[in-house]
Design a protein around this ligand. Structure first.
Ligand code: 5GP
Ligand code: MN
Length: 338
């Protein structure tokens, strides 16, 4: 954002507006944390603020302050459409392509509202009037923190916002361990704790609310569903729909499983493939120079970050695995590079 854009945004937000905040399909901790953090900030300026998600999200995120104000578009398309139609400004958080919000994408594309993207993923599409976009940011929550500063509202930070932003920074940095974690991340975290973020309690709420089914599904994945391909420094898990059913799968139960594949010594590329409603959703992670954003974009209609991305396939599990494995020789040199 340049100085003029900052000034224009300040002027725009200085009078009460109808604001809609939208985040990506299958929202994660950063998507919900940034959206509800921004929500808890903007309501202090007397705006009418609503958060819309394209579909539902894991129950371990439902304690976030403001959660009751969230409209799930897949369950309430009518009220979602009417909220978007009435909006003066639409904040698009933690995504940068309208493809990432499914049917909501049409509503946003045809809306006359100002569109404001706050995001840290690679290669943003050109649909927003304003962008606070930085691929170096560890999370969209970090950018929401900066947005409040740019608006001159640092003092409006409160415990609710701090809890939301802490959650997104913690989840997107793998609890402050990924290379995206910088000194700046820790400065922001320190200031969120000073503002009342309940850091230890947040770790509890996010990571220690596991069901028996989730832990058993993890055990099953680790012992039965891991494929290691040493030659390509690659390891992946795959789970079918019936396996999910057997372990009473709930949304969010497989989040983070992919990291176990990446934790094997020598592995630089990890994937997690899961089949639901006939679609194979894929999570990709890498260490070092191997660019999974590009891999996901080139082969599985997806995208994300250099070291964490996702994509999907409609060809069924067997064919998707065949395609995935057949692509690896093409990348052998890259995968063997540091
Ligand atoms: P995850 O594997 O945790 O679902 O996603 C990893 C990263 O890739 C996240 O930042 C997420 O927003 C992004 N991502 C996941 N799936 C997709 C996808 O289908 N398309 C795009 N563009 N990004 C994705
Ligand atoms: Mn994010």
């Amino acid at each position: 954002m340049n100085a003029k854009q900052i000034k224009d945004t300040k002027t725009f937000l200085s009078k009460p507006k109808n604001i809609v905040i939208i985040t990506h399909w299958s929202p994660d901790g950063d998507a919900m944390g940034s959206s509800l953090g921004l929500y808890n900030y903007l309501i202090q300026l007397d705006h009418k603020v609503n958060v819309i998600t394209p579909n539902d999200y894991p129950s371990f995120l439902c304690w976030l302050p403001g959660n009751k104000k969230v409209t799930d578009f897949s369950k309430n398309p009518k009220s979602g459409k009417s909220l978007v139609a009435k909006a003066d400004i639409i904040f698009c958080l933690d995504f940068n392509s309208l493809k990432r919000i499914d049917l909501l994408g049409n509503e946003v594309a045809t809306s006359t509202a100002i569109k404001f993207m706050i995001d840290h993923h690679q290669q943003p599409d050109d649909f927003a009037n304003f962008m606070l976009h930085n691929v170096q940011a560890c999370s969209t929550c970090e950018l929401v923190f900066e947005f409040m500063q740019l608006m001159g509202h640092k003092k409006m930070m409160n415990k609710h916002i701090a809890n939301c932003l802490y959650t997104g920074i913690m989840t997107d940095t793998g609890s402050f361990r990924f290379p995206s974690t910088t000194a700046k991340t820790h400065y922001i975290i320190a200031s969120l704790i000073e503002a009342g973020a309940e850091n230890a309690e947040i770790h509890n709420r996010i990571y220690d609310g596991n069901t028996e089914g989730k832990i058993k599904l993890l055990g099953f994945s680790l012992s039965e569903k891991l494929v290691v391909m040493k030659e390509f420094k690659t390891a992946y898990f795959y789970l079918t729909e019936s396996e999910l059913l057997k372990y009473n799968y709930q949304k969010g139960d497989t989040e983070g499983v992919v990291n176990y594949a990446l934790s094997i010594e020598g592995i630089r590329f990890a994937a997690f493939l899961v089949e639901r409603d006939g679609i194979v959703k894929m999570s990709f992670r890498s260490k070092g120079s191997f660019d999974v954003n590009q891999f996901a974009r080139n082969h599985f209609g997806g995208g994300g970050h250099k070291n964490a991305a996702g994509g999907m396939s409609e060809s069924g599990m067997k064919k998707t695995i065949q395609k995935f494995e057949s692509l690896l020789p093409e990348y052998k040199t890259q995968l063997n590079r540091k």
